[in-house]
Structures are given as C-alpha cells and as structure tokens.
Design a protein around this ligand. Structure first.
Ligand SMILES: Nc1nc2c(ncn2[C@@H]2O[C@H](COP(=O)(O)OP(=O)(O)OP(=O)(O)O)[C@@H](O)[C@H]2O)c(=O)[nH]1
Ligand SMILES: [Mg+2]
Length: 368
C-alpha cells in the first residue's frame, strides 16, 4: 500500500477525531531536518565476531560499565568461594543471599544453585572448581537470550518502536542505536513519537543532530500515531532503511496510555501490515524485580520482539538480567553501560559473565 492509499484508507475508517488530528498532522509544517551525511565524530566500537579474539577496548568498556554489579555479584561470589571445594549448606545459603541481593530473583537463583549442586554431587573426588561451575551455569542461563541484532525488512523502511516506562532510557537508546546504524552505513530517520513534552522532542532533536540523521517531529500534544505514520511516509519517500520511533514513557499499569501503543500499532499497519518490525522494551537495570512485570505487561499490549537493558553502569543490581533470561526468554539485544553514544553494547553472555567476575589486575587504561 502506498502512503496516499493508506491516507485514503484511514479517511474511510478512522473516527472523526483521529481523522482531524491525522489531517492536521499531514498539513502541519513538518519539522523534517535534513543534515549533511558527512562522517564525523566517533564510531561505535567494532563488535567482535564469533571466534575472533576479543576486542580489549570493547571489553574494558563493558568491565567498567559492570563495575557495581561485579562488586555485588561476581566478586562477592569469588570471595565467598575462594579456594573452597566443599559445597555445604552454609555456602549454599551465602550464595543464595548474594544472588538475591543482586536481584537475580528466586526462580533463577533456585535453578542456578540446583545445577551447581547437581554437578557437585556428580563430581569425582578431585572436586569441582565451584567458581568456574557457577560461571558456566550463569552463562547457560543467559545464552538463550543472546541474539545478534540483525533486523530484516523485505521492503524498507522498517519501523522500530522503542517503548518503556518513564525515564527507562528510551530516547538515549534511540540516539545510541541511530549512531550505530548510521556508522555502519545504514540510513535511519528518527520519529519524535513522545509528544507529551516539548523537552522530549528537543532531546530527540539533539540526538538527531549529534548522529547526523533526519528527524520527523510535530508540535507537543500532537497525536503520537500520526507522527510515527508521517515519519514512515517520509522515510519511504526518501528511501531511508529504518525509522526509530520514540514513544512517551508510560507505566505498564496505566491502561489508557498502554492503549495508545495499540493504536500506534494499528495505524502503522495501514501502511504496511508487517509494521512495526521491531518493538523493543527498554528496561532500567536498576529497577529490580519490577522488570518482570513490565516485560509481561508491555508484551501483552504490543508484543515485544526484544529487550534492551539500560543503565547497567549505574547499579549493583544488574543480576536482574538473569531473572529476565530465566523467566522471559526474550532476546536481549543490547545493554547500556553509560550515557555516551558508544555505550550501547550488543549483549554477549560469556563476555558479560567474564566482565562480571574479577579477572585479575585491571588492564592498561582501565580505571575499573
Ligand atoms: N548511566 C547511564 N545513564 C543512562 C543510560 N541510558 C540512559 N541514561 C540516562 O537516563 C536518563 C533518562 O534517559 P532517557 O533516554 O531520557 O529516558 P526515557 O525513557 O526516554 O525517559 P522519558 O522520555 O522521560 O520516559 C538520562 O539522563 C540518560 O542520560 C545508560 O545506559 N547509563
Ligand atoms: Mg524519552
């Protein structure tokens, strides 16, 4: 369906109120910013391919970002186990306490300790390297969620919706993702679908300028679905591959606001039934077990295709990633380990575990 056919279809089927807002939207002065696509600034660190030696700058950034979680979880486990070879009840209880304190959650903690106990019982008289065993079992919990970020779309533009509660890191993550895509020669346009606050639109405009990618925005108070609709039409006309759409923060318990996400979904499907191609939930890693409820509710309302865990650098409770992996099984595409453009890293289970445990002396230039 072309955009003008979609406009007509919308005319025939939507309520007067939404037709007026859509009509206004179409005839409003769109704030489509064109930027010279000159390359400048920093590139995201190169993602290591499987089998390649690990990129140390990349790994050091991850280690720095996970410092607090490492202190609370990896190093705490290391310290508790030391050179112990015996897994007695007291040790199990100590481990359980560390895991729960770091927000690993009861289901993942129970599953992990059961596996470790099982392996301990089966081990021969030479004993088991308990720390190594825990690291392996932790990796096994995370691995099913490790998925390379390779979104596909048969007919561009593809639409990626970023959703989440207030302050989770949606807009910042869009900026980081735009930087990634643009730096790998993939064209991208940002859609200012958070129309609740003027500041939200300005924040996205700043990211568009930093990343040198175009933005489609309207005035505060505009209909979010109409803004995203326009952004997709604009991207299609300009042969842009991906639209990254920001949305307003909403509590997963706010029924009306959650309903607005359903409306966005319905409206963009009139352009292309396969839209949105990705719906990514951004979760603040510091929110603890509430993350599980958020995933459930957003998934039910709009159907999530993956998760991004932001602000891992700011919390000692990064153990929530194990709870998410154990209970949700959704792909975790990226983790945020800082506020800069380069601080969005593809999630890799074994790198995450290595970075979370003490690895001896800090490497050169590594303040962590
Ligand atoms: N340290 C750190 N800060 C982050 C990270 N991601 C986002 N932030 C910061 O978290 C704050 C909120 O981020 P936003 O991107 O504005 O969050 P949002 O979900 O768009 O917020 P609303 O639009 O208000 O719902 C900002 O100060 C960001 O700089 C991260 O990975 N690490
Ligand atoms: Mg925002």
């Amino acid at each position: 369906m072309t955009c003008s056919e979609a406009h007509q279809a919308l005319r025939a089927s939507v309520s007067t109120e939404s037709l007026i807002s859509l009509y206004n939207a179409i005839h409003l002065h769109f704030n489509v910013q064109r930027h010279l696509m000159t390359r400048s600034g920093s590139s995201p660190p190169k993602d290591p391919s499987p089998g390649e030696p690990r990129d140390s700058a990349f790994f050091n950034r991850l280690r720095r970002g996970l410092k607090r979680t490492r202190d609370g979880l990896g190093s705490a486990i290391d310290k508790t186990l030391g050179k112990r070879r015996k897994l007695d009840i007291a040790t199990i209880e100590e481990l359980e306490e560390i895991l729960l304190r770091a927000d690993v959650g009861m289901p993942a903690t129970t599953a992990l300790l059961q596996k470790v106990e099982e392996r301990y019982r089966k081990a021969d008289s030479s004993g088991l390297d308990l720390t190594q065993c825990i690291k392996e079992e932790m990796t096994a919990i995370l691995e099913p969620c490790e998925r390379p970020w390779a979104p596909q779309v048969a007919e561009p533009p593809g639409l990626i919706l970023m959703v989440g509660v207030n302050g989770a890191g949606k807009t910042t993550t869009i900026g980081k993702l735009a930087h990634r895509l643009h730096s790998s020669d993939t064209s991208v346009l940002l859609a200012a679908g958070d129309t609740f606050r003027a500041a939200a639109i300005d924040q996205l405009r700043e990211w568009a300028e930093r990343c040198q990618v175009p933005l489609v925005a309207q005035n505060p108070g505009a209909d979010a679905a109409a803004v995203i609709y326009d952004a997709v039409c604009s991207a299609r006309a300009r042969k842009i591959q991906w639209v990254l759409a920001d949305t307003a923060g909403r509590l997963h318990t706010q029924v009306d606001l959650m309903g607005e996400l359903g409306k966005i979904r319905k409206v963009v499907k009139r352009i292309d039934p396969s839209m949105p191609h990705e719906v990514l939930l951004v979760l603040d890693a510091g929110i603890g077990q509430n993350a599980i409820a958020q995933v459930r509710q957003f998934n039910e309302t709009i159907g999530l295709t993956g998760l991004i865990l932001s602000k891992l650098d700011g919390t000692a409770k990064g153990g929530v990633i194990f709870a998410l992996a154990q209970e949700m099984r959704l792909p975790i595409y990226f983790i945020g380990v800082g506020e800069q453009m380069e601080d969005l890293q593809p999630f890799n289970a074994s790198d995450f575990i290595d970075a979370m445990f003490t690895l001896g002396a800090p490497e050169k230039n590594d303040p962590a």
